[in-house]
Design a protein around this ligand. Structure first.
Ligand SMILES: [Zn+2]
Length: 453
């Protein structure tokens, strides 16, 4: 039955049914005849399968005693290994006499085992409990460990699991909780469902022949490039279109990073490490230091709160552009040493930020920069809150050498950006209306003088 308009429904006649559902519910609640509740679409779950791969159902059939559960001392029932898998229209276990024929636990007479096995969804409903004590021969899981480590903080899986596996897991967990075997009602705190990589408009599949083999790309560009490209391709919760050229972009970025750090391979060891104090830095170093701290903040937030790995990587790429714009000199005096230290510190931070994405190259470069042990034993970089704030200065805006306005702008604003801000200032725009701008004179850090006719 499709959606439609209510008929024969008294006061609710003529309403769309979707609207009427709410109104009727409220009406019934008001009259004290019922309440609104959520019900799950958990259908009856037939768990037996005519398959070999699955946990045997521990039931024994005796002619005298009927259906008898295998006693606990005989659990788990183990699958036989000598099995013929040729199809006969029956479970492979149906032909294994040594498995089927057994003794009735009640009367010790001859009996037969159940030959169906359990749906593998039964196992996947609680495997996360078993992961904490996989070698324990006596218990399916250890309550104390399970209560310490679970529920799972972050679960990752395809959206196809939303209706079966995830619902079964919750259902089983709730039962175990009611039995006092675990102390939580929900098995997973957060779920993340990842998108798919699409090629030529379609899901990659062998039959379509549009599969990109990671092995070939890894041979050609290395595993880091491959990882970087996949993480950069788009938000991980969305589907993304594969593009061979994108792989080259990732490769180029890593080459630039490699070059930038190895260019000064011999310098790092002889430059002193000092605490960075903002007001002792040259203007260019101050700007780079601020951009670095802003990047740490951005990447940290992208990683922790939204899993936007693509924008996190984009921020690091932007920071490397800023490093390119920063004129690195091999130091010959104290001021230059401090500048170099800021450059070094920035490159180290880039490595720390990139290490989760491109672990191999970052580990190698970390060592080249003179560090031991592994970069993976380093803490995630923190950012300097004060350094993030843009230093602001006041610029005087003149028209024909007369002061008309004042603007607050970042201390390192580019001339182009400064011009843009001046021209979009409401007061200034008013003065310029209908006039012709002959010249714009900029005194950096002080004033802008617009000459008009
Ligand atoms: Zn019996």
């Amino acid at each position: 039955v499709d959606d439609g308009i209510q008929v024969n429904s008294g006061n609710f006649d003529g309403l769309p049914n979707t609207e009427a559902i709410n109104k009727i519910t409220i009406h019934l609640e008001f009259k004290g005849l019922g309440t609104k509740i959520v019900t799950y679409r958990l259908r009856d779950w037939l768990i037996s399968r005519q398959r070999y791969w699955g946990a045997p159902i521990p039931i024994i059939y005796c002619e005298k005693c009927g259906t008898v559960p295998a006693p606990e001392s005989q659990l788990p029932v183990i699958l036989p290994e000598a099995v013929e898998f040729k199809p006969h229209g029956m479970s492979p276990l149906a032909e294994v006499d040594s498995f089927i024929n057994t003794i009735c636990p009640k009367c010790s007479g001859t009996a037969r085992r159940e030959i169906d096995t359990m749906d593998t969804f039964v196992d996947s409903s609680w495997y996360f409990l078993r992961y904490l004590s996989p070698k324990d021969d006596h218990h399916p899981f250890v309550t104390k460990k399970v209560n310490t480590w679970l529920p799972v903080d972050q679960y990752i899986g395809g959206v196809e699991h939303a209706i079966l596996h995830l619902l079964y897991s919750r259902f089983i967990t709730k039962v175990l909780c009611d039995l006092g075997l675990v102390n939580f009602k929900e098995p997973f705190r957060h779920l993340f469902t990842q998108g798919m990589i699409i090629k030529e408009g379609a899901k990659m599949s062998k039959s379509r022949g549009n599969v990109v083999s990671p092995d070939i790309l890894i041979d050609k560009h290395g595993a880091d490039t491959q990882r970087l490209y996949i993480l950069f391709i788009g938000p991980p919760q969305k589907d993304a279109e594969w593009n061979d050229r994108g792989v080259l972009g990732a490769s180029r970025f890593l080459s630039r990073l490699w070059q930038k750090i190895t260019d000064y391979e011999d310098v790092y060891a002889r430059i002193q490490r000092v605490d960075i104090v903002m007001n002792k830095l040259s203007p260019a170093a101050k700007t780079l230091y601020r951009q670095m701290n802003q990047t740490v903040k951005k990447v940290t937030e992208d990683m922790e709160t939204s899993w936007h790995f693509n924008t996190a990587i984009a921020s690091v790429m932007e920071l490397l552009n800023h490093v390119d714009a920063f004129h690195v000199v091999i130091p010959t005096n104290v001021v230059e040493e401090l500048d170099f230290h800021v450059f070094r510190y920035t490159m180290e931070t880039i490595l720390l930020l990139m290490a989760p994405f491109t672990p191999h190259i970052c580990e190698e470069l970390w060592e080249i920069m003179g560090h031991k042990p592994s970069i993976f034993q380093q803490p995630w970089p923190a950012y300097d809150k004060d350094a993030i704030l843009e230093e602001v200065i006041e610029i005087v805006v003149q028209i024909n050498s007369k002061v008309k306005s004042r603007l607050s702008v970042p201390v390192d604003v580019s001339e182009e950006e400064l011009k843009r801000r001046v021209l979009s200032d409401e007061r200034i725009a008013g003065f310029l209306q209908g006039k012709q701008v002959m010249n714009t004179i900029i005194v950096p850090g002080k004033l802008v003088n617009i000459v008009i006719k």
